[in-house]
Structures are given as structure tokens and as C-alpha cells.
Design a protein around this ligand. Sequence first.
Ligand code: ADP
Ligand code: MG
Length: 327
Amino acid sequence: MGRLFLITLFASMVQVTSAQQVFHRTTLLMGSRFDLTVVAANEEEAEVFLDTAIAEITRIERLISSWDPNSQTSAINANAGIKPIKVNKELFDLITRSIAVSELTDGAFDISYASMDRIWKFDGSMIQMPTAEEVKASVEMVGFEKIILDSGKQTVFLSQKGMKIGFGAIGKGYAADKAKQLLMGKGAIAGIINASGDMNTWGKKPDGSDWKVAITNPMNKNIAFAELPLKQGAVVTSGDYEKFVEFDKVRYSHIINPQTGYPATGIISVTVFAPSAELTDALATSVFVMGKEVGIDRINQLPNVACIIIDDQGNIHKSEHIKINEE
Ligand code: ADP
Ligand code: MG
């Protein structure tokens, strides 16, 4: 009798400690929608986790924003062609890694693309195509090799006047990685940081199954053509169909080819899988610029990285290491 009671008590204790639930919060950060998901024992614990993640993303935004005139990034930009700026290690390292991605992608990815946002605007304010001269002049201010880093002094110098850097293609991924690391360190056993489609997951659902991510076809957003389990990794889709300008019925996307100064064409969406959201984010943008052949070829050379491309004809292309059920 006593023994039976003990077993029942034990069983109910296990149930209490393992009664993990999924909690969500949606918020606007870095000018984008963030959907945060955590697995926690109760609402109080979940609130602490979610507040922690939001504080971390807000902190990163203050550091890397090129809109905020008080950020270190703005100080670098304001001193282009004038003088090197001392920054904190976190920003210095992010810029160092961004330049490494530029090298990996032959310059398709380039944080100094940002000077071109003086001629390409995707906020509805653009009323005509920039002239060929304007485009040519803007390209001259772009080039990751003109970002001079001094690791001893921890300074960043944009060596040409008019140069500008921006983290639009890597910042959300970086923030998602940092928020995930912080929450894991605080004991959150599982979760998803979804920064407008830049997703980073860890752990499993309370029922023991993997988080799944649905990949939709941008030609028809209601149809998911693949549902993939995500284990510990990140997945990012680039190709924001809401961010473009149209002239003479041609759509110009917000991803710009740093070599030509014109928006990338031929691809409408790129989904990349990789271990970190930062790399995934940067590579998705890069593949857009490199195009499907070069892009897939480059992705195939990288360990633990895979991609799915949808071209402007609606055709699906994928890298070697991916198996999906196409329709
Ligand atoms: P989204 O998350 O909006 O789908 P991406 O992650 O692909 O987009 O980033 C696009 C943003 O990156 C642009 O809005 C711009 O700020 C910036 N960007 C555009 N072209 C480049 C480029 N060639 N290299 C680096 N950043 C770029
Ligand atoms: Mg990106």
C-alpha cells in the first residue's frame, strides 16, 4: 500500500517538473517583427526569458544601428575619410566577420553597400530610377577592402569620404544568435528566435519532437512546399517581397550588387540553413547577389550549409545536401 502511494507520488512529481510549456511573444525590434518562443516551466519563468531576450536584442540594436546617430556604427560612418574610430570589441569582431564573409563571397556580401542607400530607397520615397552616372558614382564608395581595421587599437576606419557601413543583411542574424546564447546560458531548455524569418532554434518541443520550419513558395505564400525539422540550427529566408521599388514594371529588390550598384535580379527568394543565424543571414543575401549557379556552387563548398533558391520563373534549385519534398 505504502509502496503504491510512493510510486504515485513519484509519478506526479515527475509530471510537475516535466510540465514544460511553450510561450510566445511578438515584438518590434530592429525595425522588424521578432517572434520569440521559449519553453519554460511556468509563465513567470517564461516572462523572465522573454524580457532577457528583448533586452539583449535592444542592446545590439543600439550598437549596430546606422540610423541611431548615437551608435558607434554612426560614429564610424560620420568619420569616413576623416579618422579611425575606436569601437568596443563586440562591434570590432562583427565587422571583422562581415569582411570575412565578403572574402568568402567575392564581395557579393559587403557591409559598405550602405552608401548606395542614398540612391536606392525602399521606403516609398523613390520616384525615379537613379541615372547611370549616379549609380557609377555610388559604386565607387563601396568596397570592403577600404574598411581599415586595426586590431591592436581596436579601431575602424572607412578610408574614403562618403563611405558608409550597414548591418541590414547580418544584424538580425547576429542578434538572434546572441539572444539564443544568452537564454541557453540562463537555463532555457528550448526555444526559437524568429527575426522576421531569420530563425534560430535550440532544444526540442516539450513533447520531444523537433521544431519544424515551413518553407513557403513566395509565388504562393499559402502553400508550404517543404516542412523541415530544425535541430540546433538556423534557417534564414532572404527576399522580402514587400521591400522593392518598381519602375517601368520592373521590380528592383532591396539587395544590391556591390559590383554593379544595381539591385540583384533573377532570384525571388533564397533560404539558407547553417549552424549560426549570423552566417545564414549573410549567406542568404550573398546568394541573391551571386545568382543561382555561382551561389549554389559556393554553398556546396561550405560544410554544414545548404540552400534552396526560387528563381523569378518560380523554379526551385537546391544545394547538394538538401532533400525536400517538392510539389
Ligand atoms: P531581409 O531580411 O529584408 O530579407 P536580407 O537579410 O537579405 O533581407 O538583407 C537585406 C538588407 O541588407 C538590405 O535591406 C540592405 O540593408 C542590406 N544589403 C543590401 N545589399 C547588400 C549587400 N550586397 N551586402 C550586404 N548588405 C546588403
Ligand atoms: Mg541576410
